[in-house]
Every structure is written in C-alpha cells, then in structure tokens.
Design a protein around this ligand. Sequence first.
Ligand code: FES
Length: 110
Amino acid sequence: MITITFVSNEGKTVSAPPESNLLRVSIREKGGIPFKCGGGLCGTCRCHIDQGIEHTDAVKPKERKHLSDADLAAGYRMACQTFLKGDVSVSWEPRTAPPVTRRASTDPTR
Ligand code: FES
C-alpha cells in the first residue's frame, strides 16, 4: 500500500494500492481534492504534489492543456490524470490559510 497525504485537508492521510488514480483515491477517501469532470477536461482538479512527484506517472497530453511547462516543473498535476506509484503529499488551492483554519469538507457553503 502507498500513503497519500491531503495537505489541504488538514493533512488527512490515507492508504491506497499502488497505481491508484489520485482523484479516485481522493473521492473514495474524502480527501477533498476539487473536481468536476473527472476526465481531464475541466481543470478543476489541478493540484500540487508537495512531496513524491517522483512517485507519479507520466504527464498526460490532457494535463498540458491546463498546466504550463513551468507548472509541471513546479510539481503541479491534474489529479484525475495522475496515477501513483508511491507515497505522495498533495495540496491544492486555495491554500492561503493554515490547515487548522480551513473549512471542513462538511461546510454546507462548499
Ligand atoms: S476533474 Fe476535470 S480535469 Fe480533472
């Protein structure tokens, strides 16, 4: 099993089998990564791999529609297009507040 840390969700940590899709794990485990289409079209699932970018698979052509070379070099990926080979920590915007003050995922305004 591999470990995924959802930094923007109060550092929630979950386990998943290797080769898991990052967005699918997030949905299943309530990790909290934003998404709409799940198919590489909308760009909503843009996220930053804080740690473990070397544990992600190759960047897909669909990701390049939403992420510049600079974004990719900085560690951004599209969660719905990213498969995991090992442990990662992932964050996403907005990440202006420290985790302890972030809204809970049960916030009805989300
Ligand atoms: S959820 Fe739409 S691009 Fe990933």
